[in-house]
Structure formats: structure tokens, C-alpha cells
Design a protein around this ligand. Structure first.
Ligand SMILES: C[S@@+](CC[C@H](N)C(=O)[O-])C[C@H]1O[C@@H](n2cnc3c(N)ncnc32)[C@H](O)[C@@H]1O
Length: 268
């Protein structure tokens, strides 16, 4: 099945993870991303600028989500994981949770079909082909256990009302949990209609937050915990190739760029 619109945005993120794996000391080190990218597009690294590492901040983001997820699952091995807008990300294989964890990967049906072709299966791992905004997908998920919600690169593509319904429903459904997601700033959201990549994929952003901690106000049981660095992360500044590092250093002088994306964690 052909990917359309926002579904195609999974490819640049996967490519960034594939290229990271070729660094002398990778940030994420995801060999499966490299294999999957090759199968998705055997020529992905053949063009003139196709191996630049400008997408490394997305890899930093993936590593931050992995680190938070590992810490949560170490304390809550009985948890249910809801990995929303999973694309072709290999998080479940990187984290390799114990059999006590039930892990759900959700994305649109054509993406899930592609995952089935390109990535291996495993026990206690369930794929859901649905829009995240049609909340009927939540009905068969086991309740009464802590939940870990991971939404990497997803939230900006949702309208705020749908995001709010999703977050409040999750908090109302589970006894306790952690929600980790990333957002874009209001200006990144507003200018996304001119962003060449967004235009190429016909995938504009639909929401943005200058201070994503305010999402905790949507439910009395939801609390903001903290933020992980992205565009100015120490890992990016030490492991990226010199040219990429320089470019990020220059761009980060602009606060609008440095905080254009934020990775945040909430608990309830
Ligand atoms: C930028 S990609 C990120 C993919 C993956 N999380 C990663 O980081 O590699 C965004 C993903 O969100 C998915 N997505 C966007 N809107 C969605 C929705 N309403 N329901 C389910 N998936 C959605 C897209 O299909 C795509 O796979």
C-alpha cells in the first residue's frame, strides 16, 4: 500500500537514524533502522547531499525518548506501552522490554502494513492500524496497569482539540503512567506551511506550544516532569560531524531555532 501525506514523514526520520548508525560513535546506534531504510529505499544514500547528518537532532530526540522509556520500564515492568505514530521506528527492538510488558505500536493502516513487511514480529507486541484520533483503538487495551505513552514526531500533526481528547482519555483510562512527547513552537507551527519538507510531504503542522508544560493543565491528575535537550543537546555537540555541529551551533544562537522543538515528559 502506498504511503500518503503525513505518513511519508516517517522516511526522513528513519533515514536520520540509518545515517547515525554510520557515525564512528553513533548517538542511537540502531542497526535495524539502517537495514529497514535500505529496504525502504535502496538508493537512499546515493544522491549528492544524501548522507549529510542534518537530521541528527531527530536522532537525539529518539535517544531521549528511549532513555526515559527504559527508566520508566525498569520501575514498572508490568506496564503497557502505547507507542503512537510509530512509523518504522524500531524502538521496541532497541529497548527489548521484558515479557511482562505489553507493547502496542500504532500508526495509520498503510504504515502498519509496511511495518509488517519490513520489521520482524515478537511476543507481547501488538500492531494497531488506526488514526490515533479515533479513540476506539483504546478499547481493547488492558486497563488497571501503568501505561507508558510515547509520541515521537507525532503531536505537531494533530489538531489541539484531538491532542487534548487523547491525553485526557489516557489519564482517565489508566491508574498511573508517563506520557512523553515532543512539540514544536508556535512559530514553527505557523511557518510550517512554507517549510519545503512539509510541502514535499504535503504534511503541515496543526499545533504548536511555546511552553508545552501547559499541557498538564488539561487534567488535574497530569503533572509536568521535565524536558530533554534537542537542538543543543551535548550528544549532538560532541558526536555530530564537525560541519553539522558548526551549523547547529550557529542556528542555536537564534532562540527561535533552539526551542523550535521540545521533548517533554509528564506523569500521572
Ligand atoms: C515524523 S513521523 C515519526 C515516526 C516515528 N515516530 C519516528 O520517530 O520514527 C510521524 C508519524 O506519525 C504518524 N501519524 C501522523 N498523524 C497520525 C494520526 N492521526 N494517527 C496515527 N499516526 C499518525 C505518521 O503516519 C508518521 O508515521
Amino acid at each position: 500500500m502506498e504511503l500518503t501525506g503525513v505518513q511519508k514523514t516517517l522516511s526522513p526520520v528513519l533515514k536520520a537514524k540509518a545515517l547515525d548508525n554510520r557515525l564512528p560513535v553513533p548517538i542511537l546506534g540502531d542497526a535495524l533502522a539502517e537495514q529497514t531504510m535500505r529496504r525502504l529505499d535502496p538508493d537512499y544514500d546515493k544522491g549528492r547531499f544524501s548522507t549529510n547528518q542534518l537530521g541528527l537532532s531527530a536522532v537525539v530526540r529518539a535517544k531521549a525518548h528511549d532513555d526515559w522509556a527504559r527508566t520508566f520500564l525498569a520501575d514498572r515492568p508490568e506496564a503497557v506501552v502505547l507507542h503512537l505514530g510509530c512509523g518504522l521506528d524500531a524502538r521496541v527492538y532497541r529497548i527489548d522490554p521484558p515479557a511482562t510488558v505489553d507493547w502496542y505500536d500504532l500508526d495509520y493502516p498503510p504504515v502498519i502494513e509496511l511495518r509488517q513487511q519490513l520489521l520482524p514480529n515478537r511476543e507481547h507486541y501488538i500492531l494497531i492500524g488506526s488514526s490515533v484520533t479515533d479513540l476506539t483503538w483504546l478499547e481493547p487495551i488492558p486497563r488497571g496497569r501503568p501505561v507508558l505513552v510515547i509520541a515521537e514526531g507525532l503531536v505537531p500533526y494533530l489538531i489541539e482539540a484531538d491532542l487534548r481528547r487523547l491525553l485526557t482519555r489516557v489519564v482517565d483510562t489508566f491508574p498511573a503512567g508517563q506520557i512523553q512527547l515532543d512539540t514544536v513552537s508556535v512559530s514553527a507551527w505557523r511557518t510550517s506551511k512554507w517549510d519545503p519538507l512539509a510541502r514535499r510531504y504535503n504534511a503541515r503542522f496543526h499545533c504548536g506550544f511555546d511552553d508545552p508544560a501547559v499541557l498538564a493543565d488539561w487534567h488535574p491528575r497530569l503533572h509536568y516532569v521535565d524536558e530533554a535537550p534537542m537542538n543543543d543537546s551535548p550528544e549532538l555537540m560532541t558526536r555530530a560531524p564537525t560541519g553539522t555541529r558548526r551549523l547547529y551551533r550557529v542556528m542555536n544562537v537564534l532562540p527561535g531555532f533552539r526551542h523550535s522543538s521540545r521533548i517533554v515528559r509528564f506523569r500521572f
